[in-house]
Design a protein around this ligand. Structure first.
Ligand SMILES: Nc1ncnc2c1ncn2[C@@H]1O[C@H](COP(=O)(O)OP(=O)(O)OP(=O)(O)O)[C@@H](O)[C@H]1O
Ligand SMILES: Cc1ncc(CO)c(N)n1
Length: 260
């Protein structure tokens, strides 16, 4: 069985973070493992609190995982502190981790800050060089590039700025657009669109976590990068189309829609 590790934050309400990642992995038939960087107290209406684990404890989790069940792919999500980012980078290098999908989580769907301001530089300097693909949404791509994105041309400019310090695949997600849900992949000066039909569903809690875990699951199963993104896009669209409606705010997706 193929194995995938998520390094991210826990969402006690089960819609985003570690819980969304493990559900996505289970739905793909891969064996999911998790190293928890933070516990969040949150639900569909917002984030009430964040409790970070220590660097030592995060490293201990990674040692336990890598020395026993080696992951075929790694997804990295919410990691908000500088020293945790440094700890992860050290361990991923030590164990030669491969197929690394980095979702540069900065703000929750509900608007809470999930990455410390002083950690953005560390993320770019120490973790980006290890990643095969990064999956920023538009606001994250703006922070990473310094370009204000309004048009498709702005996206290209942002990708080329990010490309000055990041050598891998950049998937800019269009979930925040109003007219469509197209995502754009930039790689070494080339651009490819992954077309997505916008689903009229307010319940989008954890879409970013789900997509990055679906891509990691596909990479673990041996798909190439573009196929992994295409398959991930189909999975997220199906999970949104299911129309699950839980909670009082922006609710979670149905990861089990394929079993219906
Ligand atoms: N209403 C929608 N209809 C169809 N696809 C969507 C919709 N909203 C988001 N997506 C898709 O979901 C994936 C995640 O994109 P999004 O931009 O929402 O990520 P994100 O902002 O990082 O997510 P999160 O809310 O978890 O932080 C992308 O493939 C995007 O196109
Ligand atoms: C733990 C966690 N990771 C990521 C997100 C982004 O949606 C969230 N809300 N919570």
């Amino acid at each position: 069985m193929k194995t995938v590790l998520t390094i991210a934050g826990s969402d006690c309400s089960g819609g985003a973070g570690i819980q969304a990642d493990l559900k996505t992995m289970a739905a793909h038939g891969v064996y999911g493992m998790s190293a928890i960087a933070a516990l969040t107290a949150q639900n569909t209406t917002g984030v009430a609190g964040i409790y970070h684990v220590s660097r030592d404890f995060l490293e201990q989790q990674l040692d336990c995982i890598f020395t026993d069940i080696y992951p075929d792919a790694v997804k990295i999500g919410m990691v908000s502190e500088k020293e945790l980012i440094e700890g992860i980078a050290g361990k991923l290098k030590q164990y030669g981790a491969k197929n690394i999908v980095l979702d540069p989580v900065m703000v929750s769907t509900s608007g809470s800050r999930l990455l410390s301001g002083d950690a953005i530089g560390t993320l770019k300097e120490v973790l980006f060089p290890l990643a095969d693909i990064i999956t920023p949404n538009v606001p994250e791509a703006e922070v990473l590039s310094g370009v204000s994105i309004r048009t498709k041309e702005d996206m290209e400019e942002a990708a080329s700025k990010i490309g000055e310090y990041f050598d891998g695949y950049i998937l800019m997600k269009g979930g925040h657009s109003v007219e469509d849900a197209n995502d754009y992949l930039f790689y070494h000066g080339k651009k490819k669109m992954f077309r997505g039909t916008r689903v009229e569903n307010e319940n989008t809690h954890g879409t970013g976590c789900t997509l990055s875990s679906a891509i990691a699951s596909n990479l673990a199963m041996g798909c190439d990068m573009e196929t992994s993104i295409q398959n991930g896009k189909e999975y997220i669209t199906g999970a949104l189309l299911d129309g699950l409606d839980l909670g009082k705010g922006s609710g979670p997706l149905n990861h089990m829609y394929r079993l219906k």
